[in-house]
Design a protein around this ligand. Structure first.
Ligand SMILES: Cc1cc2nc3c(=O)[nH]c(=O)nc-3n(C[C@H](O)[C@H](O)[C@H](O)COP(=O)(O)OP(=O)(O)OC[C@H]3O[C@@H](n4cnc5c(N)ncnc54)[C@H](O)[C@@H]3O)c2cc1C
Length: 311
């Protein structure tokens, strides 16, 4: 299947040092260079400027300070300090307080206890200033650990935290039951990682059908769920279902990625729905960028055209 092959291809490329060096040199060098389409910039100031623009359009946002798979304690501590500084900057800027983070950025691969400790520091600082923190879901190698860590911080009293579930995984129905029973907020996505047959649906039609099934359950049983997709057919199905069930639009929100289907983002806003834009920024943008290319190989054409235009 093209989707699976393309995800696999771009996931492999995302480990290429040469490509990373080249992309890092050109991708973000100017305000209109190719990576800017999907990433707000490398600095906090860029991110704050982007979210001000998003707020001015009547949209909500969540900020992701890019980074993942850190391999040392020092890098995990540095990322935690960056998030703590970001909380202060956002607080000072007076923009909406909503963050998305990845546990491998906080040291999950290095030392799980320290990762939990780092997360708790971020949640505590965030709670003092009214932040909601979403734990992104990474590949299936991390699903169990991510949900266990959410469970741990929840049982320690954190309530300003939620998680992401992926409709591509066979296990997600069960994970839904567990997380929903806690009372935590769930963001539903299809899943951005190449996954083996043993754990994940390989056909897009199966992933989409599971998405609709889970979205329906979220709308009726969930706690302010986030329906995160750019798929128009699914969006229509969700809107229809919510209307049939008389679920008011303030009981859930839609979410999309920065730079993707901006037409749909404003259309949903105009229809009176809550629409949150996921805004990534930071210097470690390469793996995120490659996942966006893998989802839609036509994006490669966009990058090439931008490169030619920039010459
Ligand atoms: C807010 C948000 C948070 C996310 N968080 C996570 C997470 O924590 N973990 C995780 O695994 N995944 C995450 N994802 C990514 C998600 O899993 C999918 O990979 C991604 O959303 C593409 O799937 P889709 O639902 O849009 O459907 P698709 O069937 O892939 O796409 C539907 C349509 O959307 C448009 N589209 C989709 N992707 C692109 C693109 N890259 N460029 C241009 N157009 C595109 C195209 O028009 C396409 O036809 C997140 C997505 C969103 C919106």
């Amino acid at each position: 299947m093209l989707g699976v092959a393309s995800k696999a291809f771009f996931q492999t490329l995302s480990h290429s040092r040469t490509l990373k060096t080249l992309a890092s040199r050109y991708g973000m060098s100017g305000p209109r260079t190719f990576a800017r389409r999907f990433i707000a910039g490398e600095r906090v100031e860029d991110a704050i400027a982007a979210v001000r623009g998003i707020e001015a359009q009547g949209l909500l946002h969540t900020l992701d300070y890019l980074g993942e798979s850190v391999a040392s304690l020092a890098a995990a501590q540095a990322a935690t300090r960056e998030y703590l500084a970001l909380i202060e900057e956002v607080d000072r800027a007076g923009v909406e307080r909503n963050l998305s983070i990845k546990l491998t950025q906080l040291g999950l691969d290095v030392d799980r206890a320290i990762c939990v400790d780092n997360l708790r520091k971020i949640l505590a600082a965030g709670e003092r200033c009214g932040f909601f923190v979403r734990i992104d879901m990474e590949s299936s190698a991390y699903t169990q650990a991510t949900l266990d860590i959410l469970d741990t911080v929840w049982r320690h009293g954190s309530r300003n935290v939620g998680v992401v579930l992926q409709s591509c995984l066979h296990r997600t129905e069960q994970d839904f039951d567990r997380i929903n029973a806690l009372g935590a907020r769930i963001r539903l996505v299809k899943g951005a990682y190449r996954e083996p047959t043993a754990v994940a649906y390989q056909q897009k039609s199966d992933v989409d059908a599971a998405y609709v099934r889970l979205a329906r359950r979220l709308l009726t049983e969930g706690h302010y769920p986030a329906i995160a997709t750019h798929d128009e057919r699914i969006l229509d199905a969700v809107k229809r279902f919510a209307a049939e069930q008389h679920i008011p639009p303030d009981r859930y929100e839609f979410q999309m990625l920065y730079g993707i289907r901006r037409d749909l983002q404003s259309a949903l806003r105009d229809e009176g729905f809550r629409m949150r834009v996921y805004v990534p920024f930071g210097r470690e943008w390469f793996p995120y960028f490659m996942r966006r290319l893998g989802e839609r190989p036509a994006n490669v054409g966009f990058v090439l055209r931008a490169l030619v235009a920039e010459r």
